[in-house]
Design a protein around this ligand. Structure first.
Ligand SMILES: NC(=O)c1ccc[n+]([C@@H]2O[C@H](COP(=O)([O-])OP(=O)(O)OC[C@H]3O[C@@H](n4cnc5c(N)ncnc54)[C@H](O)[C@@H]3O)[C@@H](O)[C@H]2O)c1
Length: 329
């Protein structure tokens, strides 16, 4: 049987030619809304633990179909602790786009920049809609996702002071140097307590599995967001929250900071006040209250990455200057 299977190959710099940071923020927000409107088919992501191979790492398979773009695809993203020594980032991602009706390959897209930027867009959108106050911010974890988080937040909320916390002095210095000329003050801080106690927003985005934030450091009206893949704050930070928000209820029970609390039976699918997609779709209401503490966990979904990759693919096709491969050749 003869048929054509013409697919694009988009590199990391191709992607950045066709997408801006603002585009990614808009695409993530739209995709969350579509998810809230049941316009996305997306089974839970699956993690492959690579430790039996002696590799200190894991990778997730994140398939989905997005009706408003009529595209199917899968994001494959992993975290590899050995990558740093090889001069590569911890997170490595790729996106494959397929025809939803035939399964034919439409594009292989480098997912690195897309994944990093969509990860940063997530707290930016969460803060825009949920944070009662945004003046003072603490970022714990001055790595790549911490950087994209603050970059995107600088486009969606008004901040005055940002405390940058990390175990590594070099990481903190490097992070701060990337925000030269920012219209907010950056504070190099090696004391999480001092930073958190003075903050309206606290974001943890580290590779740690540790209590980086204590409940007694979180003031009234503050919002804590955990984004790392493991436990990052004391259980009491979640227990004392008046509002609990997530990007995906089912996945939140099996991942990140909320996983151990779900395993203890303290959290279940009825424990959440906000699923951001439902809020954006107008199916939930929320009014920021400076007297309430907000806790949010963002575990990440594959649909924003597929939506970004598809947008880049469509723009590349329009541009015409692209590499097309016939996969049946
Ligand atoms: N939620 C999501 O959608 C999403 C997406 C991508 C990555 N992640 C997760 O975000 C986390 C960070 O990823 P990254 O790419 O920025 O990694 P990275 O290696 O670039 O940065 C991690 C930073 O955390 C710091 N750190 C480690 N332990 C610490 C501790 N105890 N206290 C303070 N700082 C500490 C490290 O020094 C490093 O600077 C990982 O857990 C990753 O899996 C989440």
């Amino acid at each position: 049987m003869k048929f054509n299977e013409e697919a694009l190959l988009l590199t990391n710099s191709d992607v950045q030619k066709y997408l801006s940071v603002d585009d990614v923020i808009e695409i993530v927000e739209n995709t969350w809304k579509w998810f809230g409107n049941d316009e996305i088919i997306m089974p839970p992501k699956i993690t492959t633990d690579m430790s039996p191979l002696g590799v200190d790492g894991w990778f997730n398979s994140m398939p989905n179909y997005i009706k408003p773009l009529d595209i199917a695809g899968i994001k494959v993203v992993g975290g590899y602790n050995g990558n740093k020594k090889l001069g590569m980032p911890y997170i490595k991602a790729n996106v494959m786009l397929t025809d939803p009706y035939t399964g034919l390959l439409k594009a292989l897209v480098s997912g690195d920049w897309i994944s990093d930027m969509r990860t940063g867009a997530q707290p930016a959108i969460m803060c825009k809609y949920l944070a009662p106050k945004t003046d003072n911010v603490t970022i714990i974890g001055a790595g790549l996702q911490g950087y994209t988080s603050l970059l995107c937040m600088s486009k969606t909320i008004k901040m005055k002071k940002v405390y940058v916390c990390d175990l590594s002095l070099e990481a903190r210095k490097n992070f701060i140097s990337k925000f030269d000329g920012a219209d907010f003050e950056l504070v190099d801080c090696d004391n999480n307590e001092l930073a958190c106690k003075d903050s309206d927003i606290i974001i943890t985005v580290t590779t740690a599995n540790a209590d980086l934030v204590k409940a007694s450091w979180v003031k009234e009206g503050a919002m804590v967001i955990t984004m790392g893949s493991f436990k990052e704050v004391e259980f009491d930070v979640v227990r004392q929250a008046d509002i609990i928000a997530v990007d995906h209820i089912a996945q939140s029970l099996h991942r990140g900071n909320l996983k151990p609390l779900a395993e203890l039976g303290e959290i279940d699918e009825n424990s959440f006040d906000v699923e951001i997609g439902l809020l954006l779709a107008g199916k939930q209401t929320y009014v920021p209250d400076p007297k309430k503490r907000v806790y949010a966990q963002i575990v990440g979904m594959g649909c924003p990455d597929v939506a970004c990759a598809e947008t880049a693919r469509q723009r590349a096709l329009k541009d015409g200057n692209v590499k097309i491969f016939d996969m049946q050749k």
